[in-house]
Ligand binder design. Sequence first.
Ligand code: KG4
Ligand code: ZN
Length: 335
Amino acid sequence: MKILGIETSCDETSAAVVEDGVTILSNAIASQVDIHARFGGVVPELASRAHVELILPIVQEALDQADCALDDIDCIAVINRPGLIGALIVGVAAAKTIAYGANLPLIGVHHLEAHIYANFLVEPDIDFPLVCLVVSGGHSDLVSMSGHGRYEILARTRDDAAGEAFDKCARAMGLGYPGGPLIDKLARKGNPTAVDFPRARVGDTLDFSFSGLKTAVIRYVQTASGKTPIEDLAASFQQAVVDVLVDHTFRAAREEGVSRVLLAGGVAANSALQSTMKSIGEQLAIAVSAPPPVLCTDNAAMAASAAYFSYQRGETAGLDLDCFASEPLASSPPQ
Ligand code: KG4
Ligand code: ZN
């Protein structure tokens, strides 16, 4: 079964063709970084306008790269929640139009579910139960999965998301946007113990809090950064984030009694996070999976993968499919 996926929830316009939920035939991604970089963050209205211009060429590119015509496609999948509402509307309108015109079933996909399913594009036979760390620009959640489409949220952030902390701290350090990849690169040449930034805990919960760390970095930059090489600053900040994410994820795995952990979302592309998770996972005999960076950040292949498993459960949408700026990840209704 070939699914055409569409993703426009933030600042990437993407379309992909995925076969049987696990084989990528194409994954075309048009980044809008150049449009937003000079503003230091995503400008929602500019994102919507860019999506309008890019969506049809990107869909065509995805079909061409997969060597497919619309006739070869069996289903249209689109991320419809959560995200920038004006940006989501563009992808959903395109998906509905194509589904209607080609008489194909339509599936609305939750953005975080799509991030999680990026893992199945790399390892199709991942077994359950598992714990997934979903860390992106807007979310930092620990999710327990007992099966396909079965989610329980174990923890979330009480304030900033991990990606938001990367972006805001990068801005404070005078780096560009998005901050995550820039800090990742600089940190490779820095000393992660140069500055002892705080690692916050929220009581005895697994919840995250990154705003204190962000404030500490901003204050450090304002008062003392001249003495510290930028590489050391980046490495020390990144280490504080990685320590907390690793600690909470393996605590969650232990509490849930699972022997598999997945990483998902843009921050999961972080090289220090991936390598630390994998080496500690080895010590604890917990298998750690993480998609390659291009599948961690926003893309449409992950939406097509998630949709394949939704389709197996009969979860197709009507042409009244709506968009939602915020909506928690919830389990599919029991079969
Ligand atoms: O999932 P994503 O592409 O978009 C959202 O759903 O938000 O995540 C984007 C976030 C940004 O905050 C970006 O700085 C961060 O992921 N990010 C990274 C890396 N690559 C992207 N953070 C740390 N290290 C990276 N290599
Ligand atoms: Zn995302």
